[in-house]
Design a protein around this ligand. Structure first.
Ligand code: ZN
Length: 233
């Protein structure tokens, strides 16, 4: 009897959350009307729910053939994720998102540059995405290389973009090398924070949409051990 009551209560709770947040699409892509109704906070919740499913190995089964056909006529993704190129961070999988659900820009150490800024402006201003996520990750090779001051080909110039985050932690009291996981993590988080600052400073288009509340930009960190994404304050 008790079990039944608890089951009913759980069912009611889940029905409530189902009514409040749209469920993952399995056979068709998000429409322009559905995209327009989403708020930035709802998109954070949707991505968080998707990451819960990823962590719990309960990712959504999708009809890819149907989604491909449906998406051919247009795309109305809900978010833009700026992530590292790291092969251990498969962005769509990490958030349990399918075809047409999210824009993804990937560059080592998830830094911004003119092309990335243009891509973010395309995703938000032109295509209506409601959320920009800058996602760093644990034990990032590019962050570790920036800490070690690696000099190699074009990697040298790329790492210059990460150096401000290393410099910002000059007062860190412990060992400031890539052999210290705590320091690497702090630099990676600072790098996410500085990337967001740079995006807002260098893109008046994004800054205006954020100020108006039409779009939000948030930082996140991916845990390689658990698969969990933590959204940063
Ligand atoms: Zn990385």
């Amino acid at each position: 009897m008790k079990k039944t009551t608890m089951g009913l209560a759980l069912l009611m709770l889940s029905s409530l959350s189902y009514a409040e947040t749209p469920q993952p699409r399995t056979d068709r892509v998000l429409t322009v009307e559905e995209q327009a109704l989403l708020t930035p906070n709802q998109v954070v919740e949707l991505l968080g729910g998707g990451n819960d499913r990823f962590v719990n190995s309960s990712r959504t089964v999708r009809d890819h053939s149907s989604l491909v056909r449906d998406a051919a006529s247009g795309q109305y993704p809900k978010a833009m994720i700026l992530s590292c190129v790291d092969a251990r961070v498969p962005v769509e999988d990490v958030f349990d998102q399918g075809i047409g659900d999210i824009f993804v820009a990937r560059v080592a150490a998830n830094i911004e540059n003119t092309d990335i800024l243009g891509s973010i402006e395309f995703a938000t201003k032109v295509s209506g995405a409601k959320l920009v996520v800058v996602m760093g990750h644990e034990s990032c090779g590019a962050v570790r290389a920036a800490i070690d001051n690696v000099q190699l080909g074009n990697i040298t110039a790329l790492l210059e973009n990460v150096k401000p985050a290393v410099d910002a932690l000059a007062d860190y009291p412990g060992e400031k090398t890539s052999a210290n996981p705590e320091f690497v993590q702090l630099v990676a988080e600072k790098n996410v924070e500085l990337t967001i600052q740079n995006i807002l400073e260098k893109s008046p288009i994004v800054a205006e949409m954020v100020a108006a509340g039409d779009v939000n930009i948030v930082g996140a960190m991916y845990d390689l051990h658990s698969g969990e994404v933590t959204f940063l304050d």
